[in-house]
Design a protein around this ligand. Structure first.
Ligand code: XMP
Length: 526
């Protein structure tokens, strides 16, 4: 019997005033087991309140409150009886809107700063030390709190570095509690959520699964759905969730586009099916993708082509599934493992610039014939892994490092050909084998292996001159792929990978390390 949809989770809105802080705040709120969503600061307050938020957080941002055109907020937000926590820019906006004073003192504070808690036992600072280190980034400073507010902390530069009005449930800090460098940041955020707003840490993996299953059943009804499996964590977890919700109404389609890594097809065909019991249809589309990619070197064009061909193959698979099982129930839904950061990075979240067309968001053709089921739309990667574990998927699938939908197609700089793919597959398999052997899989978020197919360099191997291609190793450490740093991995491991690749992979005579963070580089090269 289908279960009734459970109540929607309590939501905390994070109002985004620009910069990248809102994402991080949303993650931190979820780490406190409370569901959060990001909304742009341009959203009318009435619309925000219509979402029935249980609390609102105002993020930091790059502007100064007095700058012309600086984002503002209707004071109604502070008068709706909803608890509000302002951070940095959000704090200053709260101060000026409610009658406090913010001066452009000329004294800037950036980076790690000592903070003195002046009121012990306050709602936010309860149980935290009198002296703590916080992360500042501001030019303006609050010199007088609005009426009815108590000043709770200060720094050498800022007399009012935190304030609160418990009666109205309004709180603010001049710094960024969401970044790691603020030593008690998470505790302060949790104090706001649990003590200030009275929320309970109830958004657990079990509740996410339950909510999503109910939502999928409601959306799909008795119709049928297909799901593209890519071999990656996201599509596997999305498929397992939908399988749990609608069982045999789901057919998974695995498109072997020839852009997969070594062993990936087998992993999907055997391990995933064994773990979930899902119905799987494998489509061999290698030639089709290679034909479509012939002569194309431009990354965005490749992404668009791969996204388009994917959908076309699905449409074909849909037709076949209907013919093979003609029970008159149409396939109306397409399941996708789109994550929250995909949506935000593709410009769909807060109006951020479009950085890349992720093939499962921006690259969809306009004449799409399916309705989308995206059960991971609200989740960050680590949450997806927890959901996968909850659903009983094996570690080899759940703990896999991320791999992009367009596969090796966007890891060959230059035209994609069968020979180049084979070459890159070999190099990638060696790198993965050595990283696993060195126990680095968890430390490294992912390590794209990239073939610079349009670049050649001179080398010497055996007793002859070579003129081969470089392979780039791009090991990165990250929390959610929004930002990343290159992983300082041991030289010995790098040396082993380099020696093996140049010895074992034909036409490669150089291995180079990409030591760029994100930003400015993205993780993938294309
Ligand atoms: P970038 O290169 O934008 O990558 O720093 C961020 C993360 O996203 C993955 N990625 C993709 N995943 N479809 C996907 O499903 C895509 O088109 C795509 N492009 C990049 C990338 O591997 C990294 O984890």
């Amino acid at each position: 019997m289908p279960t009734a949809p459970s109540a929607a989770p309590d939501v905390v809105l994070v109002v985004d005033f620009g910069a990248q802080y809102a994402q991080l705040i949303a993650r931190r709120v979820r780490e406190a087991r409370v569901y959060s969503e990001i909304v742009p600061s341009t959203m009318p307050v009435a619309e925000m309140l219509a979402k029935n938020p249980k609390a609102i957080i105002l993020s930091g941002g790059p502007s100064s409150v007095y700058e012309e055109g600086a984002p503002q907020l209707d004071r109604a937000i502070f008068e709706a009886g909803v608890p509000v926590f302002g951070m940095c820019y959000g704090f200053q906006l709260m101060a000026t809107t409610l009658g406090g004073t913010v001066d452009n003192t000329g004294a800037r504070e950036y980076g790690r700063t000592p903070l003195t808690v002046s009121k012990q036992g306050s709602t936010l600072f309860e149980g935290t030390p009198e002296h703590q280190s916080v992360w500042m980034s501001h030019g303006d400073a609050c010199s007088a709190a609005p009426e009815g507010f108590t000043v709770t902390a200060s720094t050498n530069v800022v007399p009012v570095a935190a304030f609160e009005n418990d009666e109205k449930r309004l709180y603010g800090v001049q710094y960024h509690p969401e970044v790691m460098h603020s030593t008690h940041g998470q505790q302060i955020l949790e104090h706001f959520l649990y003590r200030g707003a009275g929320l309970a840490p109830s958004w657990t993996t079990g509740s996410i699964v339950e909510e999503q299953i109910a939502a999928i059943r409601e959306q799909v009804g008795d119709k049928r759905a297909i799901c593209g499996l890519s071999g990656g964590v996201d599509s596997a977890v999305a498929a397992a969730l939908v399988q749990k919700a609608i069982g045999s109404q789901l057919t998974c389609v695995y498109v072997d586009h020839g852009l997969m890594r070594k062993g990936e097809t087998e992993q999907v065909e055997k391990d995933f099916v064994a773990a979930t019991g899902v119905q799987l249809k494998v489509v061999d589309a290698q030639e089709r993708f290679l034909d479509a990619l012939k002569g194309v070197s431009d990354p965005e064009e490749k992404r668009k082509i791969i996204g388009r061909e994917f959908i076309r193959v699905f449409e074909q698979a849909q037709a076949e599934i209907i013919t093979e099982a003609p029970d008159e129930t149409p396939v109306e839904f397409l399941v996708q493992g789109t994550l929250y950061p995909d949506i935000v990075e593709s410009g769909g979240g807060t109006g951020t610039a479009n950085i890349k067309s992720h093939h499962n968001v921006g690259g969809l053709p306009e004449d799409l014939e399916f309705q989308l089921v995206e059960p991971l739309r609200q989740l960050f990667k680590d949450e997806v892994r927890m959901v996968g574990q909850e659903l009983g998927l094996p570690d080899e699938i759940v703990q896999r490092q991320p791999f992009p939908g367009p596969g090796l197609g966007i890891r060959i700089v230059g035209e994609v050909t069968k020979d180049r793919l084979d070459l890159l597959r070999e190099a990638d398999a060696i790198a993965r084998e050595e990283l696993t052997a060195a126990g680095l899989d968890r430390e490294i978020w992912q390590c794209p292996v990239v073939l610079l197919a349009d670049v050649r360099s001179v080398g010497v191997q055996g007793d002859g001159r070579t003129y081969g291609h470089p392979i780039v190793l791009r090991p990165v450490s990250s929390e959610d792929a929004m930002t990343a740093d290159w992983t300082r991995m041991p030289y010995e491991v790098l040396a082993r990978i380099s020696t093996r690749i140049t010895n074992e992979v034909k036409d490669v005579n150089r291995v180079v390390l990409d030591c760029t963070s994100k930003p400015p580089g993205t993780i993938e090269w294309e």
